[in-house]
Design a protein around this ligand. Structure first.
Ligand code: FES
Ligand code: FES
Length: 217
C-alpha cells in the first residue's frame, strides 16, 4: 500500500500473528505501543521502555527484537509474532507448556518476553549461530550444525531477558525441556525475510507463525 502521511503520522500495515493490520501511527510511536494500545495485543509488556529488560520481546521477521526500540513508522509491511501468536489456551506452544510445568515464573510480568525470546533463541541455536558462551573449540570447527545448548549457553543467550522475581533456574529448566525438540526442527523460524536484517534482527521467510514456530506444537 502507499503510506498515507502527515507531518506527524503515517498509515501503514503490520502483519501480526498472520493478520494484517492497517493502522495510522504517530511517528513517535513504537511497535510496542502500537501492539498494546492500537491492536490491543497486551501480551508484550513494557518494562523499562529502553531496551534493557526484554519484556517487550517480539519476533520481527523471525528474529528477536525489543519492540520498545522499534519506531513503528519504519516497519510498514513487517511480519511480527507476539506471544499471542505462539499458542492459545487450547493449544499451548511447547515452551509455554514447559514454563507452566516447570513453574518458571512468579509474577509473570516478564514471562511473555521470556517465552518469545526463548522461541527465537532456540531457532538461532538450531541454525548454528554461536553465542558469547560458545567454546573456542566449537567456534573453530563451526559448520553451521545446531549449537549445543548447555545451561551456560541458555543463560547467555537469554541474558537480555530480565526476571525481577528471580525465576531464572526454572526458566532455564523449561528451555532445556524443549531443546531436543527444537534441534530436530532446525531452521524453521517463523516469518523470516531478508528485510529483517536491520534493527538488530536477522532475516528469513515464512507464512505461518504457528505452524513454522520452533519448536512446533
Ligand atoms: S520494555 Fe523493551 S526492553 Fe524493556
Ligand atoms: S516472573 Fe516476575 S519478573 Fe519474571
Amino acid at each position: 500500500m502507499i503510506p498515507q502521511r502527515t507531518a506527524t503520522s503515517s498509515t501503514l500495515t503490520l502483519h501480526v500473528n498472520d493478520t494484517a493490520h492497517t493502522v495510522t501511527v504517530d511517528h513517535r510511536a513504537t511497535v510496542l505501543d502500537v501492539l498494546r494500545e492500537q491492536l490491543h495485543l497486551t501480551g508484550s509488556k513494557k518494562g523499562c521502555d529502553h531496551g534493557q529488560c526484554g519484556a517487550c520481546t517480539v519476533l520481527l521477521e523471525g528474529r528477536r527484537a525489543n519492540s520498545c526500540l522499534l519506531l513503528a513508522v519504519a516497519y510498514d509491511g513487517a511480519h511480527l509474532t507476539t506471544v499471542e501468536g505462539l499458542g492459545d489456551e487450547e493449544r499451548l506452544h511447547p515452551l509455554q507448556e514447559a514454563f507452566h510445568e516447570r513453574d518458571a515464573f512468579q509474577c509473570g510480568y516478564c514471562t511473555p518476553g521470556q517465552i518469545v525470546s526463548g522461541v527465537g533463541m532456540l531457532c538461532e541455536a538450531a541454525e548454528g549461530h554461536p553465542s558469547h558462551a560458545t567454546s573456542p573449540e566449537a567456534l573453530q570447527w563451526a559448520t553451521g550444525a545446531p549449537a549445543e545448548l548447555n545451561r551456560d549457553e541458555i543463560r547467555e543467550r537469554m541474558s537480555g531477558n530480565i526476571c525481577r522475581c528471580g525465576a531464572y533456574p526454572h526458566i532455564v529448566e523449561a528451555i532445556e525441556d524443549v531443546t531436543d525438540h527444537a534441534l530436530r526442527h532446525r531452521g524453521t523460524a517463523p516469518h523470516r525475510t531478508d528485510a529483517g536484517a536491520d534493527a538488530g534482527t536477522d532475516a528469513d521467510s515464512g507464512t505461518d507463525a504457528r505452524t513454522d514456530a520452533v519448536p512446533a506444537r
